[in-house]
Ligand binder design. Structure first.
Ligand SMILES: [Zn+2]
Length: 166
């Protein structure tokens, strides 16, 4: 099945990104959220992984006092987290980045366990990215509202054009 409206959706996401971190960064539609710091690119998804995401919501509430109320909040925080990787990676020493990379290989294997999810979120590179995202939400309430509205509309259009029911 070929997806329609990818260009429009990506343009909307790029617009959001440029407003937040400048026009050097770009986005691509993918099956999950991700960051490519070397290329200043992030991947975004149009569906959310519910189990992992409920753990993530719990973690950001407990750790940064940011409340995730719906899937749009979750989508926004996921994108901001990836932008957080682009913004913070240069400040994290290489030996910590390397150690985290190795730890992730172990953690991924066991990620069905709640405490392991928390261990993943607490890795320096992950923690820093989430903290950057949460601080941005707290510091920019008006822009955050705009971001919510923009992506809610863009995703609604995307679902509609592809006949996805939510
Ligand atoms: Zn991450």
């Amino acid at each position: 099945m070929e997806l329609l409206g990818i260009e429009e959706l990506t343009a909307a996401v790029d617009g959001i990104i440029w407003d937040i971190v400048g026009m050097d960064a770009n986005s691509n539609l993918s099956t999950d959220f991700g960051a490519y710091c070397d290329m200043n690119e992030v991947d975004f998804a149009v569906v959310v992984l519910e189990r992992m995401d409920s753990m993530f919501s719990q973690f950001v509430k407990e750790t940064f006092d940011v409340t995730i109320e719906d899937t749009i909040d979750l989508w926004c925080l996921s994108l901001l987290h990836e932008l957080g990787h682009l913004q913070t990676m240069d400040f994290i020493p290489n030996y910590i980045q390397l150690a985290n990379k190795l730890e992730k290989k172990v953690i991924d294997k066991f990620s069905k366990i709640d405490s392991i999810c928390y261990k993943y979120f607490s890795l320096t590179v992950e923690y820093e990215a989430t903290q950057w995202a949460c601080n941005w939400i707290k510091d920019n309430p008006t822009k955050y509202d705009e971001m919510r509205n923009t992506i809610a509309k863009a995703l609604e259009d995307f679902y509609k054009i592809n006949n996805v029911e939510d």
